[in-house]
Design a protein around this ligand. Structure first.
Ligand code: PEP
Ligand code: MG
Length: 580
């Protein structure tokens, strides 16, 4: 029977293909006691499983080295050394001798170790929790005979749709990206890292499906519709034909939108709205430039790091930034310093935190790790000689952070000057307004910076206390909540009063109704993923700023997100009606 699962649209496009189910979770371990006479056989079983796991990791490491280089494959050496650890092995053996089957003994010891490492005061130990989890899964999978669902083992020749619980950074590094045509995950929302990455890679994706991994078997044929947010399992011929027709329509629509690439983003009353692109990977830059974007409003540099085991050095970063800058000629390119943390993490090397979105993230991590931060700042100052670069700091909550960053920036400029390296020392420094704190003190922050960019993805989560990545809270994640609208309005007014450019670079900017609201609130710069640029341009060209302004003022007075949405929808419909 065909089944349609509904999730959250994450990246548009309709694809049909076999599902590749990847279960990368610690499996349930059945309780099985053993008698004393069975202990030696169980010890032999665990050693055999260790040997198989090491063999598998060696293969994975070689593949990762071929695909991504030696730095990326280093995490697998760490995992091999965990399995070879003498203390671990003797502890598992001793639990087996207390009367537990090999899988149970290994499970118990790994739970103990993961807890112990997670609570350690030493960052080095906390950083190993992810590797311990991967080893935990890999060895148990072998012991329980669950079949190895390694991410690299995609069916030969098949263009598969990856179905998994969540796409973590450690999976991303193992992924055979060339053979994946779509992504479906149980977890995640439109603003979680998997969704952002899928849009950047141009891969259709649906997230927040909650139970895709329990309803789908590997090899099942599925239709993934990224714009509708659905995953149809085992479709019949009529459904396949309907999907093909929808895909045709989408293509036609894209061709039509592409015609807007050279049209101006100007409203009906003649107000120019600056439309820029969000770029997450340097390889996207050229396509983003072709989309008609007037520069880059947000380059998320942490994607140079996510899924890798090592930080890129200054030259590698310089090359990456230069590639993006040159793709946009003399147009502005806003490059954000690393927003590492939350759900955007490198492989290993970062502490496991109980509340990562409230934790050691973004500017906090950068200021605490000046060596990492300064390497990036130097690369940015060097790349800045190639175009109109602006540097942006994420997750700001106080002027102190700006002051410290500016101090380090000056140090970097002096170091480059001493090295005789071409660079620009006068790069404008701006900030993300993505915490309620920053929006509330926007008047004070405006004195210290050259521009604001409102990050609504985080602003919504921190204002409403709703985890942006939690699929089961998705209906409570309401960007049109009057509290959010008021904070945006405040940041816009304070920025404009100080003569600053105020941009919005969160996902809100690419939703038609929300873009209407933002323009109504006075925003004149939007930055959206490259695929959304023509779509938003079409919205802009159908708007009247004064009418949108009047409607947005009413939305600010609404009691609830739902009421604000009604007000805005009625305003937008009336405007459309007025245009005939
Ligand atoms: C945001 O928070 O809105 C934003 C643009 O940054 P990110 O999605 O990378 O956190
Ligand atoms: Mg953010």
């Amino acid at each position: 029977m065909p089944v349609t699962l509904s999730g959250i649209p994450a990246s548009p496009g309709i694809v049909v293909g076999p599902a590749h189910l990847l279960r990368w979770e610690v499996p349930e371990v059945p309780a099985r006691a053993i008698g004393p006479h069975e202990a030696e056989a169980e010890v032999a079983r665990i050693h055999d499983a260790f040997a198989q796991a090491i063999g598998r990791l060696q293969e994975v490491r070689e593949r990762a080295e071929r695909q991504a280089g030696p730095a990326e494959s280093a995490i697998f050496d760490v995992q091999i050394s965990i399995i070879e650890d003498v203390e671990l092995r003797s502890r598992v053996e001793s639990v087996i001798r207390q009367g537990f089957a090999a899988e149970r003994a290994f499970d118990v010891v790994m739970i103990e170790w993961r807890e112990h490492f997670a609570r350690s005061v030493h960052a080095m130990m906390r950083e190993r929790v992810g590797d311990l989890t991967d080893v935990h899964i890999r060895v148990l999978t072998i012991l329980l005979g669950l079949g190895d669902h390694d991410p690299v083992d995609l069916p030969e020749g098949a263009n598969a749709i990856l179905v998994t619980h969540d796409l973590t950074p450690s999976l991303t590094v193992q992924l055979d990206r060339g053979r994946i045509i779509g992504i479906a995950t149980d977890a995640g929302t439109r603003t979680s890292h998997v969704a952002i990455l899928a849009r950047s890679l141009g891969l259709p994706a649906v997230v927040g499906l909650l139970e895709a991994t329990t309803r789908i078997e590997s090899g099942d044929q599925v239709i993934l519709d990224g714009a509708a947010g659905t995953l149809m399992v085992r479709p019949n011929a009529a459904e396949l034909a309907a999907a093909a027709a929808r895909a045709q329509n989408e293509k036609r629509e894209q061709v039509e939108l592409a015609r807007l690439a050279n049209a101006e983003a100007i409203t009906l009353d003649g107000v120019h709205i600056t439309l820029r692109a969000n770029v997450d990977l340097p390889d996207e830059a050229e396509a983003a430039a072709r989309s008609g974007a007037e520069g880059v409003g947000l380059m998320r540099t942490e994607f140079l790091v996510v899924g890798r085991a090592t930080m890129p050095d200054e030259d590698e970063q310089y090359d990456a930034y230069r590639k993006v800058i040159e793709a946009f000629g003399s147009k502005p390119v806003v490059i954000r310093t690393f927003d590492i943390g939350g759900d955007k993490l490198p492989v290993g090397g970062f502490p496991h935190e109980p509340n990562p979105f409230l934790g050691w993230r973004a500017i906090r991590m950068c200021l605490d790790q000046p060596a990492i931060f300064k390497t990036q700042l130097r690369a940015l100052l060097r790349a800045a000689v190639h175009g109109d670069v602006r540097i942006m700091l994420p997750l700001i909550v106080s002027s102190d952070e700006v002051r410290q960053a500016r101090f380090l920036l000056a140090e970097c400029a002096a170091e480059l000057a001493a090295r005789g390296e071409p660079h620009r020392a006068d790069v404008p420094l701006g900030i993300m307004i993505e915490t309620p704190a920053a929006a509330m003190i926007a008047d004070l922050l405006a004195k210290d910076v050259a521009f604001f960019s409102i990050g609504t993805n985080d602003l919504v989560q921190y204002t409403l206390a709703v985890d942006r990545g939690n699929a089961s809270l998705a209906s409570r994640y309401t960007p049109l909540h009057p509290a959010v609208l008021r904070l945006i309005a405040r940041a816009q007014q304070m920025g404009a009063a100080a003569g600053l450019e105020v941009n919005v670079c969160g996902e809100m900017a690419s939703e038609p109704l929300m873009a209407y609201a933002l323009i109504g609130l006075g925003i004149r710069q939007l930055s959206v993923s490259a695929i959304s640029v023509p779509l938003v341009k079409r919205i802009v060209r159908g708007l009247h700023t004064e009418r949108a302004g009047a409607v947005a003022r009413q939305a600010l007075e609404a009691n609830t997100a739902e009421m604000a949405e009604q007000v805005l929808r009625a305003g937008l419909d009336a405007d459309r009606g007025a245009q005939g």
